[in-house]
Design a binder for this molecule. Structure first.
Ligand SMILES: *[C@@H]1O[C@H](CO)[C@@H](O)[C@H](O)[C@H]1NC(C)=O
Ligand SMILES: *[C@@H]1O[C@H](CO)[C@@H](O)[C@H](O)[C@H]1NC(C)=O
Ligand SMILES: *[C@@H]1O[C@H](CO)[C@@H](O)[C@H](O)[C@H]1NC(C)=O
Length: 106
């Protein structure tokens, strides 16, 4: 029993190393709350669910190997709110690419 436990624990640790860092996930959850969008038409933001702990698997999210968010593709997500300098978006300090095309103009 103990050896099985160690094997599974070991596999779990290996998987965790490539996963979304917890602080990155909480920024994305705050960003989702901040944005106004139509959840019946959204395909990416609606998949941002804190119960799915690896935020690197969420729609439109790209991560580095170390699990930091480096890309957000939020095209065609019916986003109607503005993103200003106080947005939590700027807490994603490794973000290299952001695509907000095909959303509503403010
Ligand atoms: C945008 O999203 C709507 C609703 O999900 C979909 O019907 C439409 O095909 C999408 N447009 C593009 C260009 O992907
Ligand atoms: C997350 O899981 C809890 C407990 O199962 C559930 O009540 C909640 O609705 C879930 N949240 C989402 C966003 O699916
Ligand atoms: C930034 O936008 C938020 C809503 O998304 C708003 O509450 C806040 O007042 C705005 N701040 C500035 C400086 O415009």
């Amino acid at each position: 029993m103990i050896s099985f436990y160690l094997i599974f624990y070991g596999l779990d640790m290996m998987l965790v190393s490539g996963q979304c860092q917890i602080n990155q996930q909480s920024v994305l959850i705050q960003l989702k709350k901040e944005l106004q969008f139509d959840s019946s038409l959204s395909t990416k933001l609606v998949s941002w669910n804190p119960n799915i702990t690896d935020c690197c698997t969420w729609g439109g999210v790209s991560c580095s190997i170390s699990g930091q968010v480096i890309g957000l593709d939020l095209t065609n997500e019916t986003i109607s709110s503005e993103i200003n300098v106080s947005s939590v978006l700027f807490d994603l300090d490794k973000l290299e690419s952001l695509n907000l095309a095909e959303n509503y103009s403010p």
